[in-house]
Ligand binder design. Sequence first.
Ligand code: T5A
Length: 207
Amino acid sequence: MKAKFISLEGGEGVGKTTNIKFIESLLIDKGMQVLLTREPGGTVLAEKIRALLLDKSQESIAESTELLMMFAARAQHIKHVIQPALDEGIWVLSDRFTDATYAYQGGGRGMDIGVIQWLENFIQADLRPDLTLLLDAPIDIGMQRAKNRGALDRFESEQMLFFTKVRDAYLALAKTSPARIKVVNAGQPLDKVQAEIKIHLSHLIND
Ligand code: T5A
């Protein structure tokens, strides 16, 4: 079977990191070779860009700078990690990908969607995830989980209105791409979240 590219998306603290490990173990049980990665990040240079993006102690980052840094990190990630893995038959699981740019920079920051689409086509050509699991939960649940985990980064320190726009943008994306983006109710206990994830994965594997 051709290797597939799966991304996990959602707001802060909804459980992407927790569930990506669950997905990895499900796929390994099915005999797939799996690469776990994340955005922004995934290569040495892209992880340096991530550290700059999440650091709130430096000069304020202009919105256009933030957008270009996301795509600069993504270009490295695709060239050095994602595409080579897929070419070798390795399934790729990414904790966030370009839907996060549409949700955070497009929805949250209000940046021009046309510019994001242009950058997506320029950087990715026709590379898109085969399946995107959008973990959706009320914002206060995710933020409480993130707070319990420790100090908040530059994005997590945004105001409620920002996260509302991000969540709305994600749900709008899911409506426009229902075949690729599957919404999972991440406000439930973990076993129920994982039961939903398992159903979506089995459809992908059996396709
Ligand atoms: N960004 C990223 C952009 O603005 N544009 C982009 O293009 C991209 C790619 C990256 C930041 O960059 C921004 C968005 C982000 O702000 P990140 O680390 O990927 O940051 O994102 P975070 O949302 O900050 O990731 P977190 O690690 O905080 O959250 P997760 O991974 O969603 O949550 P997780 O799995 O760590 O879980 C949080 C806690 O909740 C518990 C877990 O055990 C953990 O303690 N938990 C549950 N508890 C109860 N019930 C459940 N169902 C639970 N699921 C998890």
